[in-house]
Design a protein around this ligand. Structure first.
Ligand code: HEM
Length: 444
């Protein structure tokens, strides 16, 4: 429920640390934009689709990634695509475009299917499980297969356990960064994460070396996964070796938890709307009976896709897209000072009272064919927009449809009295306390 009174600076820092989603008052969900003085300087919240288009597309060249976000993510992701800026970003985005062509994405459909089928066997005996946690395991399995074909250096399992530690310790807003304190003041969040980071990095470096040796021994036997595709993007006009490593870590950072959250929230929304779930189950059953090729499922399942899109609206895994203008500017009457924190918040825009009818209700028909076209491109931004739009969106969509098709065709997911999801903004929008749900094999 939105707040009605503005928080004091101290309270604000506490809320940002606990759950930034609680910061925004009723006004934030009603106004086209809000211009205020935040704890760290001027703040502009952009809700109007025209203003969002201005910031993310038309005037994108005058905006950089927000300093606070860079301070959190750059120590982990370095010059990976998500945190790169200027010429490095331009060169990297171009070099990586061939990695995400439909041909390669379709090539990942079978590994996605295989890993999901193996994964769901854990539900065969039924029972209650934390679905939020399970989905992070599933999307990790799928990433391990599509990134490295499971060929990871180090002790088995160590990579998976380090990922959670790494993002848990380092992926937090440090109060000092929020206040834009000088860089020489030590940040506890960074110090704690340093050792994990060094260990994690070594596993990635060793994994790349292992693959190179394999390539030398048997050039034809190398799997066509992300790692091979990234190594092909290496070269004088392409990526450097350390950028290849940065982007491996970036794909994990940007593509693992986001997709997991999206799947968890979709299963939750469907469990709370059994009539929608019936429609989705019927569609999936019918398509699976006639179409064995998983690359065709996304187009063949408009209701399932709409349910997923609507869950992404209500619970956008990336709740805030943050930018900073490098020059002061005007947009209509709105003055945006240089270095203001400009927040385009899918979380707020997707629930804006003036942009959506019944904004807090789960209504997948908004995204049914015929309705979807009426939604402004800049009022629905789960994957962002403009030059820095998510490069992995089609990978994520294919993964989601395959995972949902396999899970929902075989099992029913129900909420229990223990399911009390409270969305909290960490790196992603996650349910506090997880998503305990009852899973039962479907009688077919
Ligand atoms: C960028 C969301 C899945 C890789 C973004 C952005 C958003 C986003 C909102 C824009 C950030 C900004 O403009 O500041 C999501 C969601 C996903 C998802 C909601 C899942 C449901 C993935 C996957 C991958 C990926 C699977 C990789 C395999 C990236 C990268 C960028 C990015 C590399 C940076 C692009 C650039 O700056 O040029 N994502 N993402 N994402 N995403 Fe995703």
């Amino acid at each position: 429920k939105p707040r009605t009174t503005p928080p004091s600076t101290l309270e604000m820092i506490r809320i940002v640390y606990r759950n930034p989603l609680e910061l925004w008052g009723e006004q934030t969900y009603n106004e086209p934009w809000i211009s205020a003085k935040g704890a760290g300087g001027p703040l502009v919240i952009a809700n109007d689709p025209g203003l969002i288009r201005h910031v993310l597309v038309d005037n994108a060249k005058n905006y950089k990634m927000a300093t606070v976000r860079q301070k959190i993510l750059r120590p982990i992701l370095r010059d990976g695509l998500l945190t790169a800026e200027g010429e490095v970003w331009k060169r990297s985005r171009k070099a990586m475009a061939p990695v995400f062509t439909p041909r390669h994405i379709f090539g990942f459909a079978q590994p996605m299917l295989k890993r999901t089928r193996e994964f769901v066997t854990r539900y065969e005996d039924g029972g209650t499980s934390d679905i939020a946690h399970d989905m992070t395991l599933l999307t990790y399995d799928i990433l391990a297969e599509t990134l490295f074909s499971g060929e990871i250096a180090g002790e088995p399992g160590s990579f998976a356990s380090q990922i959670d530690r790494l993002f848990e310790t380092m992926g937090r807003v440090d109060p000092l960064d929020l206040l834009r304190a000088p860089d020489w003041l030590p940040r506890l969040t960074r110090i704690r994460g340093r050792k994990t980071m060094a260990y994690f990095r070594k596993i990635v470096t060793d994994t790349v070396k292992m693959r190179e040796e394999k390539f030398r021994r048997d050039p034809d036997g190398v799997p066509q996964d992300f790692l091979t595709l990234l190594l092909k993007a290496e070269g004088p006009d392409g990526l450097t070796r350390s950028e290849v490593e940065d982007n491996i870590i970036t794909f994990i950072g940007a593509g693992h938890e986001t997709t997991a959250r999206a799947l968890g929230w979709t299963l939750y929304c469907l469990a709370e709307s059994p009539w929608e779930r019936d429609r989705v189950e019927q569609e999936i059953d019918a398509v699976l009976a006639r179409e064995p090729d998983p690359t065709k499922w996304l187009d063949a399942m408009p209701f399932t896709r709409a349910a997923f899109d609507e869950a992404l609206r209500l619970y956008p895994p990336a709740p805030s897209i943050n930018r900073e203008p490098i020059v002061p500017e005007m947009w209509g009457d709105l003055y945006i000072p240089k270095h203001a924190a400009v927040l385009v918040m899918p979380w707020v825009v997707h629930r804006h009272r003036k942009l959506w009818d019944r904004p807090d209700a789960f209504l997948p028909e908004r995204f049914h064919p015929g309705n979807r076209e009426k939604i402004d491109r800049f009022q629905y931004l789960p994957f962002g927009a403009g030059p820095r739009v998510c490069i992995g969106a089609s990978f994520a969509m294919q993964e989601a449809i395959i995972a949902l098709a396999i899970m929902l065709s075989r099992f029913r997911f129900d909420t229990t009295s223990e399911t009390k999801p409270w969305p909290v903004q960490k790196l992603t929008t996650q349910p506090q306390g997880g998503l305990p749900m009852r899973v039962t094999p479907r009688a077919l």
